[in-house]
Design a protein around this ligand. Structure first.
Ligand code: NI
Ligand code: MN
Length: 231
C-alpha cells in the first residue's frame, strides 16, 4: 500500500500509512498558506515537534474533536494535560522511539526553541523519524538549523526527508542543501517557506541545486499547499 504525504503549508503535514492518519504540526486556521480548515481533518495521531504557535497551531481543537493521540515531548504533553485537561497523550523524548499501530516514531534533536504560546516551557524542540510498518522511512527535521549528526540520520536510509528551507528561523536553502548531502534521502520535500514574506524562497531553484549537487540521486518534490506525494 502507498504512503501518502500531504503538505498543508508551512510545517503542517499529513501522513497516511497502513490505514492510519498522522497530522504533524497542524498550524492551519492562522496559516495564510493553508488550504484546509482544521475541522476537515480526522487524524488518529497528532505529532507536535515543538512549542511554537506555528506548530502547535490548532492541535488542541482538532485533538478534542476526535480524541486523537498527541505525540510530543514530555513538556508539551504535560501542557496538554495540565493547561487543557487533554490527557490522550503519549510523551517521548529525544533519542527515544516508541511503537504505535502504524509504525515507530523516534524523536530526533533539532536546533531551535520551544516556548509554548502561553509562555510555558515547551522543553527541547524535536524532529521525527518515522518507520512505518510498511517499511517506509520518513524524516521530518521540523524547525532546525543544520547539524552534523544529520549524517547519523542518513545512516537510517531515509526514503523521504522533509526539510525547512525558509531561512531566518530555520535552515535556509544553502544549509538545507548541506543537510541533503548529509542525509542522502531518496526524496526531499521542502517545507517552512513561503508562508509569509519573511520566508519567501524559490523552491524550483533550490531543486536544481540539489539535483546538480547530488547528481540526481536525491529527487526534490515540490508540493503546493494541499498537494499530496505518494510513494
Ligand atoms: Ni519554531
Ligand atoms: Mn516554525
Amino acid at each position: 500500500m502507498k504512503t501518502l504525504i500531504t503538505w498543508y503549508g508551512h510545517a503542517a503535514l499529513g501522513i497516511e500509512t497502513g490505514g492510519k492518519r498522522l497530522l504533524i504540526d497542524p498550524f492551519l486556521s492562522n496559516n495564510p498558506a493553508a488550504t484546509v480548515k482544521p475541522d476537515a481533518l480526522v487524524p488518529d495521531y497528532i505529532l507536535i515537534s515543538h512549542g511554537h504557535g506555528d506548530h502547535v497551531g490548532d492541535a488542541v481543537e482538532i485533538a478534542r474533536r476526535i480524541n486523537a493521540l498527541i505525540i510530543s515531548n514530555d513538556e508539551i504533553c504535560k501542557w496538554f494535560e495540565e493547561k487543557h485537561g487533554y490527557t490522550h497523550v503519549h510523551s517521548q523524548h529525544i533519542g527515544g522511539g516508541f511503537n504505535y499501530d502504524f509504525g515507530r516514531v523516534k524523536l530526533t534533536q533539532a536546533l531551535h526553541g520551544s516556548r509554548l504560546p502561553d509562555g510555558s516551557n515547551g522543553g527541547n524542540p524535536a524532529g521525527f523519524l518515522i518507520y512505518t510498518h510498511e517499511g517506509k522511512r520518513i524524516y521530518d527535521a521540523a524547525d532546525t538549523g543544520l547539524f552534523g549528526d544529520m549524517k547519523l540520520i542518513g545512516e537510517e536510509k531515509i526514503d523521504v526527508a522533509l526539510l525547512p528551507i525558509g531561512d531566518n528561523y530555520t535552515m535556509g536553502p544553502d544549509d538545507a542543501l548541506r543537510a541533503v548531502k548529509l542525509i542522502k534521502p531518496k526524496v526531499v520535500i521542502p517545507i517552512h517557506y513561503n508562508t509569509f514574506d519573511l520566508l519567501a524562497q524559490d523552491a524550483g531553484q533550490w531543486a536544481r541545486r540539489v539535483k546538480s549537487a547530488t547528481q540526481g540521486k536525491t529527487k526534490v518534490v515540490i508540493l503546493k499547499p494541499g498537494e499530496t506525494y505518494s510513494f
